[in-house]
Ligand binder design. Structure first.
Ligand SMILES: O=C(O)CCC(=O)C(=O)O
Ligand SMILES: [Fe+2]
Length: 398
């Protein structure tokens, strides 16, 4: 769909249905917005709690933030630079005063790790996380290692936008608008295939008139228009796993965005990692027979392209699994009393262990995982799988 071809506006389900704690049936993997009580509570908490952190950062201005230039395409993304927040804010004012134009281009503060970079001891001092989003294994994993996080702040004037993409590791994301509105264009998993150009590449901008060129985009006639959602100020958008999307800020907009993996999309992540490895293996296929350690090199390349390899995926599973086994080992009452497991309780731990066991059972039988040297892993993959399966058997008999 190009600018002349206005995409059909499909009504968005205005009900937030991410996986709720303790549910054994996962919620549907569909986009949703929430604007009622949850958001109100969250907004109040966010505004109050952000006083000592976000506002302090905004006023201190010395903090250095990542800024993308939306007017310059670099592969299917935008080049980023780092600048003091103060400088970005004066750019922003100048851009708005100039009628949404600036000789410096269209700059977007994005992927700012406010929580990681903040001096706050406790995430709760930065903002309050709604319980619906609290089963968040990526952040739980990084917090346990105290290295990184997948919690971001985005801020930019009208006209700033994020190019077409699906989220890292096929994670969910959620996006909460502190102020301003965003227009989202969503494509269900698989529908991005019809948007590929004749070289097999996905588009950078799905609203570009270039997509109307049938020689360049021969499969476009088979595509459906995107699901279009306008996210109002104060609303939270749930971004389902594997849905490609493109996002445009319609106003001066500040949002908090988290990437998010848990028992409901863990299998999607594992599926994605297998696809990524296959893509790497195809790319370097011609050296398979002549290169010693070809399989190991594929894992190295995969890590640098996708951010993770099979060994690290096992480590991720292990960290979460050990924490859930601890909750189950304490018994339901003790776990609830002590509020271990991020306050999600015994039932959530039982659900998570079931999903971990399913995915780990597939990981240990994968031929490329069997090539990884696991002799120093503690516990080893088979042992961890046995512990998980025992825990599943014990919780299903309760
Ligand atoms: O708000 C944006 O510009 C992009 C957000 C996004 O892609 C996400 O939350 O997954
Ligand atoms: Fe995204």
């Amino acid at each position: 769909p190009g600018p002349e071809e206005e995409p059909a506006s499909t009504p968005c389900p205005r009900e937030l249905r991410p996986p709720a704690p303790g549910r054994s049936t996962p919620a549907p993997n569909l986009p949703a917005t929430q604007s009622a009580a949850l958001t109100l509570v969250w907004r109040v908490a966010c505004v109050q709690n952000s006083q000592p952190s976000l506002t302090r950062c905004l006023t201190s201005g010395d903090v250095v933030v990542p800024v993308a230039n939306c007017g310059v395409q670099e592969y299917n993304s935008n080049p980023k630079e780092h600048m003091p927040l103060r400088e970005y804010i004066s750019y922003w004012l100048e851009y708005v005063q100039g009628g949404c134009s600036s000789p410096r281009g269209c700059l977007y503060l994005k992927d700012w790790h406010l929580c990681r970079d903040s001096s706050a001891e406790d995430l709760g001092d930065v903002f309050t996380l709604p319980v619906y989003f609290s089963s968040d294994w990526l952040n739980e994993f990084w917090d346990a290692l105290d290295v990184d996080d997948y919690r971001f702040v985005y801020a930019g004037p009208p006209g700033t936008w994020s190019p077409f993409h699906a989220d890292i590791f096929r994670s969910f994301s959620w996006s909460a608008n502190i102020c301003g509105r965003k227009k989202w264009l969503f494509f269900p998993p698989g529908q991005e295939e019809a948007l590929r150009d004749c070289h097999g590449s996905l588009p950078y901008d799905v609203t570009s008139p270039k997509l109307l060129d049938t020689r360049l985009h021969p499969m476009l006639q088979h595509s459906s228009p995107p699901l279009e959602v306008t996210q109002e100020a104060g609303e939270v958008v749930f971004v389902p796993s594997g849905w490609h999307h493109q996002v445009h800020n319609l106003d001066d907009t500040i949002s908090i965005n988290h990437n998010w993996v848990n028992g409901c999309n863990l299998a999607n992540m594992w599926h994605f990692l297998q696809q990524e490895l296959r893509a790497v293996q195809q790319e370097v296929h011609e050296w398979r027979d002549s290169m010693p350690d070809w399989h190991h090199h594929c894992q190295v390349i995969m890590r640098s392209c996708s951010g993770i390899n099979f060994e690290e995926f096992y480590h991720f599973l292990k960290v979460i699994a050990e924490r859930r086994l601890l909750v189950l080992g304490q018994g339901s009452e003790a776990a609830q009393e002590e509020n271990i497991g991020l306050g999600l309780g015994f039932q959530q731990a039982a659900f998570d262990v079931g999903r971990l066991a399913e995915v780990l059972a597939s990981v240990v039988t994968h031929p490329d995982f069997q090539r990884v040297n696991t002799s120093t892993f503690s516990p080893g993959p088979e042992e961890l799988l046995r512990q998980l399966q025992d825990a599943v058997a014990a919780t299903t008999t309760l």
